[in-house]
Design a protein around this ligand. Structure first.
Ligand SMILES: O=C(CCC(O)(O)[C@H](Cc1ccccc1)NC(=O)c1ccccc1)N[C@@H](Cc1ccccc1)C(=O)O
Ligand SMILES: [Zn+2]
Length: 590
């Protein structure tokens, strides 16, 4: 009797996989067409079909929930429980489900199509115009104009839609028994005291971040003048080389302490007439050198790797799995910069993960946890960015191997990996509290800046009010993409880097490791990434690193020489670290 039921459950799962592949293939094609050609026509097709997907999910969920899970092995139980768990497809009212999809798409469209008209007449989109301006301008007022106008044309335009979105998302999710959308998102980590663990990791990195913040603030004061900086010792948010101050590596030209060849190879890439295809081929070659999967023909034929000039597209980069085990694509408005070379590796890491778990049952074709998916490409770029590797691929000439070059290099990595930590932490602190109702629309912006001032030590360069909706100026809010995954990834990637470097037989400081051409490293990655989400993530992490929990020690060891150097520099300059929790009351004169 049990064997019959087991056989019946297995038949259900096999049929489910075949049917789901077809439904999800069609759905992803629809959304791909909309993202690569934003039009009402493409939107309507995608939204209409999303109702079919919800029906399919609901039906599968009700059938799957009839099996008595206690009788099956872990793998079957896990597969069935994923099918039962619906997400927003659980929305009972079809009109509301349609509205949820529409309001999400409308916010993403506002963000993706927004352009800023500068006082001098330039009309700039976020990519490439405003991104390049924030990265390269050293003019306080020009930076402020771009920073403020971007928020006017993006976040400000979508505030009401976001309020409606929160209500609809919570209504749908509550049908699965979750208290709110944030609780559902956190459930993916299957970790009891998840929020406490995250707070602990943030505390572990905070001392290092404070030293980097102090050093950077001092250099910025030298450049822009003391009078531009608030007495609360925050850094004005528009001066960090990035629209959201989430990574500061575009300041390397004047933050780099020792006069050596810069590891920001953007100028060299441009001088060598690099193309987007060349950047993707570099990354594909690196994965191949590890014995991992090369990109299939469909990838090269169907990806969109440069911004088209004849239609509106969602430029924010993403990697797509069309659920048929063959079609995988990247959509990226690639510019010839080092920032984008890093993003290419990040996106290719997603595709590599897709390729490695493509034969898993469809519900297991996910990261061990969402942070794993974000970490794969970044682990590779930790090797690619070493001076040793950059010279090997012809992007760096004469590297000297000495203490000063080490500090220059570690600073370049810290400016996006360490600077990012408080940003990666605070986005979902805000969003979880919005979903739970603790933060109401009346205080959306005030609470946002409280978190930005407290955790990042940055402050708004101009007055902010509740007319503004600054969270909406960052893709992942209108794009409804969870963000704690990047914080988790930034901790995990150093644990993974540590493990693959050991497998590659690396000896010496971790920051000098380049796993290029190591099949041992590749085999370790293949063994674990091909599991997808079929095992709980501590099992996956243990297979690679021997540890079952996230910890910051690999990251702190990696940056230790820089931490000591920054502390000395800040003491020598007599510069106290830290800033006031609260945002400055008075904004310095612009
Ligand atoms: O957003 C991204 C890269 C885009 C992505 O690859 O993470 C993309 C975001 C996305 C877009 C649309 C729908 C859902 C998510 N994620 C993926 O393409 C993806 C996500 C999960 C599994 C497989 C692919 N990076 C973050 C953080 C970051 C990471 C690494 C370097 C710099 C910055 C950011 O830019 O703030
Ligand atoms: Zn990603």
């Amino acid at each position: 009797e049990i064997t019959d039921e087991l056989a019946e459950a297995q038949r259900f799962l096999d049929n489910y996989d075949a049917a789901a592949e077809a439904v999800y293939y069609k759905s992803s094609i629809n959304w791909w067409n909309y993202n690569t050609n934003i039009s009402d026509h493409n939107l309507q097709i995608a939204i209409d079909y999303s109702l079919e997907v919800a029906k399919f999910d609901k039906n599968a969920s009700s059938v799957a929930s009839q099996f008595n899970l206690s009788r099956y092995d872990d793998r079957m139980r896990r597969q069935l429980s994923y099918i039962v768990n619906l997400g927003t497809s659980a929305m009972k009212d079809e009109t509301k489900l349609q509205r949820l999809a529409a309001v999400s798409a409308e916010m993403e469209s506002i963000y993706s199509r927004a352009t800023v008209r500068m006082d001098d007449g330039r009309e700039l989109a976020l990519e490439p115009g405003l991104t390049k301006l924030l990265a390269t301008s050293r003019n306080y007022d020009e930076l402020l104009e771009a920073w403020q106008k971007w928020r006017d044309v993006s976040g400000r335009e979508m505030r009401e839609k976001y309020e409606e979105f929160v209500e609809l998302s919570n209504e749908a999710i509550r049908n699965n028994g979750y208290s709110d959308t944030g609780a559902y998102w956190r459930s993916w980590y299957e970790t009891e005291n998840f929020e406490q663990i995250l707070e602990g990791l943030y505390e572990d990195i905070h001392p290092l971040y404070k030293e980097l913040h102090t050093y950077t603030r001092r250099k910025l004061i030298e450049k822009y003048g003391e009078d531009k900086f608030p007495r609360s010792r925050h850094i004005p948010a528009h001066l960090l080389g990035n629209m959201w101050a989430q990574s500061w590596n575009n300041l390397l030209d004047f933050l780099q302490p020792y006069d050596k060849e810069s590891v920001d190879v953007t100028p060299v890439m441009q001088r060598l007439n690099y193309t987007a295809v060349k950047m993707f081929e570099l990354s594909d070659d690196f994965f191949g050198s590890l014995g991992l999967e090369r990109m299939p023909a469909e990838f090269w034929n169907h990806s969109m790797i440069v911004k088209p000039n004849d239609r509106d597209v969602v430029c924010h980069a993403s990697a797509w799995d069309f659920s048929n085990g063959k079609d995988f694509r990247i959509k990226q408005c690639t510019e010839i910069t080092m920032d984008d070379l890093i993003t290419v590796h990040h996106e290719m890491g997603h595709i590599e993960y897709y390729l490695l778990y493509k034969n898993q049952p469809i519900v297991f074709r996910k990261g061990a946890n969402p942070g794993f998916h974000e970490a794969v490409g970044d682990v590779i770029s930790l090797s690619v960015r070493t001076p040793k590797h950059l010279r090997e691929i012809g992007l760096l000439q004469d590297i000297t191997d000495d203490e000063e070059s080490d500090i220059n290099f570690l600073l370049s990595i810290a400016l996006d990996r360490v600077a990012f930590i408080p940003f990666g932490y605070l986005i979902d602190q805000w969003r979880w509290r919005v979903f739970s109702g603790e933060i109401t629309p009346a205080t959306y912006n005030e609470k946002w800046w409280q978190l930005r001032c407290r955790y990042q030590g940055i402050s708004p360069p101009v007055e902010r009010t509740e007319e503004d909706f600054d969270p909406g100026a960052k893709y992942h809010i209108p794009g409804n993409t969870p963000y704690i995954r990047y914080f988790v990834s930034y901790i995990l990637q150093f644990q993974l880097h540590d493990a693959v470097c050991k497998a590659a037989g690396h000896s010496g400081p971790l920051h000098k490791c380049d796993i290029y051409r190591s099949h041992e490293a590749g085999d370790l990655l293949r063994d674990v990434l091909s599991l997808g989400s079929s095992l709980p993530w501590p099992d996956a992490l243990e297979k690679i690193t021997g540890q079952r929990n996230m910890n910051a020690s690999s990251m702190l060891t990696y940056f230790d020489p820089l931490y000591e150097w920054l502390k000395q520099e800040n003491i020598k300059a007599g510069d106290a670290t830290g800033w006031e929790d609260a945002c400055p009351q008075n904004i310095p004169p612009g």
